[in-house]
Design a protein around this ligand. Structure first.
Ligand SMILES: Nc1ncnc2c1ncn2[C@@H]1O[C@H](COP(=O)(O)OP(=O)(O)OP(=O)(O)O)[C@@H](O)[C@H]1O
Length: 530
């Protein structure tokens, strides 16, 4: 990460000398390297925060006339509060002391340090290597933040097993075939075999040894997601591995906190987490969503030259909005709603996942935090403005439009800058009939998409308001075929009503799934399930 260098001679804030070095040069022929930005990011320091808290002042005088000085902007830490390590630029004119051999071990001998809380005090000698001095700030009462410790704490907070989340407090949005309760056991592998449910209320301990990897589900920015089986009881999960070196501690902690504290039928359920022995990875154990993501479903439909029907699209839209409404009630914005983060369970229930970039609202809005996937971002986010939960509504609209039209709503050949300009300045994309393919969509559905893609954020409805849209009400008044539809998408056999002794739960009972997808048709009747 690049930290902004303080502009020489630029506006300065109140500076407080933290450390003054008394230089008694013993070897003056090798000047120390000047003007290095030296992040105080030894282990235990949060190197990416408070980048603006330090600067140096070459022209300032120090306690000792010849001594180079380090100055810090020193916001006085509130009592009992953690202080992140500042970044300092060391302005050291001469090697201080020590041998000049290959080891290049020199020592700076600070005479006085100054702590905003304690005033001047004398620290120990601080070794230098390679002519760069790294001087820890002296905040005796401020505990250093150890990222590994922070992660361990966050992991242990959620590693209380599935018992904490086993109560699905969210409303069921429809009545799927089979069990509606989310549990690892209910997601049998590829329709072969039913695994017993873990005992409710009994926390499970997870580690690498207990898992067997079935397949790799995909890879995101921070790590990979695997389909795994717990060899102790055959339970099936999705395991997300986050490489701690690639993702900021804050981001991992935020994701862990959000998934550990959310409990809703339209949010992927978390069953626990653990750290790899080397602490280089955090692994999150989630419910496995057999129905896969809207991205994978879209690809499958394309392969078969099939499109999705209105009733199915409406159910999916409703599930997304329920999930977002719940998140909003928890003062959370997802910030990365896109087809690969919208999953379906075996029963066709929508499950939002990937809270890596989600944000917790302190006020109703965020200001200009550029996090997420550009192509699904609302105009106010792309342009760096303030944004609210309504930004997630836009992303949901783009994702749905992509799914039903089976193509990305913006021209594919746009460069990043052109895409930004299109999102911010052009007429928002809309749902259109395709007479050539004999596809027509209802006016209600077209209006629903239009409402989600209103450019002016304040005029765009919230997820809660979108749930009252006539299209959603019409769709939700009709019979639910999600389980049948998702089975047809993936070609799963129909589950038998009563499993015969010794047979698998998802045994094919002879249902003909051959005609599960029309090549094309009107938008309202593309599949038997529709
Ligand atoms: N619980 C789950 N069940 C089934 N598949 C999942 C689950 N969680 C994630 N996946 C799939 O794993 C893949 C990787 O997911 P991940 O969230 O890490 O990255 P992504 O959304 O593809 O990319 P990015 O990190 O850029 O947002 C995606 O295809 C996603 O659909």
């Amino acid at each position: 990460m690049n930290f902004p260098r303080p502009a020489p001679g630029g506006p300065r804030e109140r500076l407080t000398p933290l450390l003054s070095l008394n230089t008694q040069p013993q070897n003056q022929d090798r000047p120390l390297d000047l003007q290095h930005h030296l992040p105080l990011s030894r282990s235990g320091y949060n190197s990416h925060s408070n980048s603006n808290n330090a600067t140096h002042s070459p022209s300032s005088t120090s306690l000792f006339s010849n001594a180079p000085s380090i100055f810090l902007k020193t916001p006085k830490p509130p009592k009992g509060k953690r202080v992140d390590a500042p970044h300092v630029t060391v302005d050291v004119g001469r090697r201080v002391s020590g041998n000049n051999g290959d080891g290049d071990q020199s020592t700076i001998r600070p005479e006085v340090t100054y702590s905003p809380q304690e005033g001047p005090r004398r620290p120990a000698e601080i070794p230098m290597g390679n002519m760069i001095g790294v001087v820890p700030p002296v905040y005796p009462s401020a505990p250093r933040e150890d990222p590994i410790q922070t992660l361990r704490q966050a992991v242990s907070n959620i590693s209380i097993g599935y018992s904490a989340n086993s109560n699905q407090s969210g409303s069921m949005t429809h009545s799927p075939e089979g069990s509606s309760k989310s549990s690892p056991g209910s997601s049998a592998t590829g329709g072969h075999g039913y695994h017993g449910l873990p005992e409710p209320g009994k926390p499970k301990e997870f580690n690498d040894e207990v898992f067997e990897v079935i397949s790799r589900l995909g890879e995101g920015a921070g790590g990979a997601v695997h389909h795994v089986r717990d060899t102790r009881d055959g339970s099936i999960y999705a395991r997300k591995t986050i490489t701690t070196r690639e993702v900021s501690t804050r981001q991992v902690v935020r994701e862990l906190k959000i998934i550990a504290t959310t409990s809703h039928v339209n949010i992927v359920q978390c069953f626990g987490a653990y750290m790899s022995p080397s602490s280089s990875e955090v692994k999150i154990i989630m419910e496995y969503c057999d129905g896969q993501s809207l991205e994978a479903i879209g690809k499958k439909l394309k392969e078969r030259s099939a499109i999705i029907g209105e009733k199915i699209a409406g159910r999916i839209a409703e599930g997304i909005l329920q999930g977002l409404t719940y998140l909003h009630s928890r003062r959370t914005i997802h910030r990365d709603i896109k087809p690969s983060n919208i999953l379906l369970s075996r029963e066709g229930i929508v499950k939002l996942c990937d809270f890596g970039v989600s944000g917790e609202l302190t006020n109703e809005s965020f200001l200009g935090t550029f996090t997420g996937t550009l192509v699904y971002m609302a105009p106010e986010r792309v342009s760096g403005g303030e944004y609210t939960i309504r930004a997630d509504v836009w992303s949901a609209g783009i994702s749905l439009l992509e799914l039903v039209q089976n193509r990305f709503p913006f021209p594919a050949e746009l460069s990043t800058i052109e895409l930004i300009l299109t999102i911010t300045n052009s007429e928002p994309p809309s749902l259109e009939d395709d007479p050539e393919a004999d596809i027509t969509w209802s006016d209600e559905m077209k209006d629903f998409i239009r409402q989600t893609l209103i450019r002016e954020p304040r005029s765009r409805p919230t997820p809660r308001e979108m749930l009252d849209h006539p299209w959603i009400r019409i769709v939700m008044n009709q019979e639910d075929h999600m389980a049948k539809w998702i089975r047809q998408v993936w070609g799963w056999p129909k589950p038998s009503k009563r499993p015969r002794k010794g047979s698998s739960r998802y045994e094919n009972n002879g249902e003909d799934d051959g005609g599960n997808m029309s090549k094309h048709s009107t938008g309202s009747s593309v599949s038997p399930a529709d």
